[in-house]
Write a protein that binds this ligand. Structure first.
Ligand SMILES: Nc1ncnc2c1ncn2[C@@H]1O[C@H](COP(=O)(O)OP(=O)(O)OP(=O)(O)O)[C@@H](O)[C@H]1O
Length: 228
């Protein structure tokens, strides 16, 4: 699903590579944790997958496409196949739970009939049935993250990228969010999650990729957090 071939990324004006000679493959339906200290390159790794940047060197394939050569007009099509979830939820203020999730389908031109069918199903899946009409600001952090996950998943993307999704949540709420991501993974979604949350990584025992100063220093099946 995702292949990095000798990928290096320099930001303009920087002498040190944010990512350096990264080689790896992530298969369809895998669950991968991306760990490493602040500044080790995790966000850069995720942003390359989203084609927010192109590699400075090397080749990157995502969902069968070579992102080095993908024309700009095809980038929205690529991003439609990738759901994204962030630490700070990024919901639309002043809108209800239902509206936040429906919006993701409206902007890609899905018919109203489909939206009215799919949004309630997805809200039920994430545990928010009955809260459709609540303004998202009134929800707890964990509930807001469930809305964000519903919005990311409502289009049934092949890949879900989560950048510190539990970073603003207490441990108990975080476990609920991880159960949800695990469920989404089990319906054949490739999940890549950047995190500093060692207890979650140690509980889940999934593949762990560790970056240090832009280099991939560990690729461990059923791994632990384990960074100093
Ligand atoms: N837009 C940018 N321009 C210049 N340098 C950048 C830019 N974004 C990131 N960097 C640098 O690239 C390196 C990797 O940063 P990156 O944000 O990928 O790390 P990270 O592991 O995601 O960190 P964190 O855990 O704090 O989010 C760092 O040295 C950072 O300062």
């Amino acid at each position: 699903m995702i292949t990095f071939e000798d990928v290096t990324k320099f930001y303009p004006g920087q002498h040190r590579a944010a990512l350096r000679n990264v080689n790896l493959e992530i298969g369809r339906g895998e669950f991968v944790f991306l760990v490493g200290q602040s500044g080790s390159g995790k966000s850069t790794f995720l942003r390359l997958i989203l084609r927010e940047y192109r590699p400075t060197k090397g080749t990157l394939y995502v969902a069968g496409k070579n992102l080095a050569t993908l024309p700009q007009w095809k980038v929205p099509g690529l991003r439609r196949q990738i759901g994204t979830v962030f630490q700070d939820f990024r919901l639309l203020p002043g809108k209800t739970v239902y509206e936040n999730v429906a919006f993701a389908l409206q902007v890609i031109g899905r018919p109203g009939r489909e939206i009215r069918r799919v949004v309630p199903d997805t809200l039920e899946m994430v545990g928010l049935a009955g809260k459709e009409n609540r303004p998202c600001e009134e929800l707890s952090g964990g509930e807001q993250q469930r809305v964000a996950i519903a919005r990311a998943f409502v289009n049934r993307p092949k890949i879900l990228i989560a950048d510190e999704p539990t970073g603003n949540l207490d441990p108990e709420t975080s476990v609920g969010i991880m159960k949800l991501l695990d469920r989404i993974n089990r319906v054949d979604t490739t999940v890549i999650m950047a995190t500093h949350d060692s207890s979650i990584v140690d509980q889940m025992r999934r593949r762990v990729l560790e970056l240090r100063d832009g280099e991939l220093v560990r690729d461990q099946a059923k791994g632990i957090y384990g960074t100093a």
